[in-house]
Design a binder for this molecule. Structure first.
Ligand SMILES: [Zn+2]
Length: 209
């Protein structure tokens, strides 16, 4: 998980993309999502949402700068867009978190696509496809378009059944376990996996005293 020292910003730190689907990585923008006391919001502002999209490789630099500027000039619009982002994240959690799975309704994702869908296009970039827009009008919801598409894709994919929650119940980040024997337990072996191993080691040592 991210370092918690100092002011965190996706402008300086790359998003951790371990979910195997962008919509899961978007859900994972809450740190310690399984522990209400420790929960960390990694997208507290519209600008952070745009930085996350840029760092995730789904928006280009030019578009990101434009959106951040647009957001700062229109606080009411960017606040509303951030609200939509959080509603989308709740909707995705409800659809894909195996401990929740309350709903298959992706109406917010669908509405986001409807609102901006015909303005956007995929272009090939140096390291994959990116969303861009030629529209001159408002496209404040653009960062959410790839997330919404990812959600709708996963909902109709067999991979949906492979979504797991990190075995660290406090972490609770989501990922697609596409290992052959479905044995992946941790969001990250280096992070939660190692912490669990260190914990087990400590417990064994304690028993020896
Ligand atoms: Zn984890």
């Amino acid at each position: 998980m991210f370092s918690r020292r100092g002011a965190f910003s996706f402008a300086n730190e790359r998003p951790i993309l371990l979910g195997g689907a962008l919509c899961l990585d978007f859900i994972n923008t809450i740190g310690w999502r399984g522990d209400p006391i420790r929960t960390i919001e990694f997208i507290p502002s519209y600008s952070e949402l745009v930085h996350w999209s840029l760092g995730s490789g789904v928006l280009d630099q030019h578009k990101s700068a434009h959106l951040i500027d647009e957001g700062l000039r229109n606080p009411a619009k960017s606040t509303a867009a951030l609200e939509v982002a959080k509603e989308l994240r709740v909707e995705l959690e409800s659809a894909f978190d195996p401990d929740l799975r309350q709903s298959t309704n992706l109406s917010i994702a669908t509405a986001i696509l409807r609102s901006v869908g015909d303005l956007e296009m995929l272009v090939a970039g140096a390291d994959g496809l990116r969303w861009t827009s030629t529209a001159t009008g408002s496209d404040i919801l653009l960062p959410l378009v790839p997330v919404a598409i990812s959600g709708l894709e996963l909902a109709t994919s067999r991979k949906r059944e492979m979504v797991k929650r990190c075995a660290d119940q406090d972490c609770a980040w989501l990922f697609i376990d596409d290992t052959r024997n479905h044995s992946r337990r941790w969001c990250s072996m280096e992070d939660c996996g190692n912490r669990a191993k260190a914990g087990a080691h400590y417990a064994r040592r304690k028993q020896n005293f």
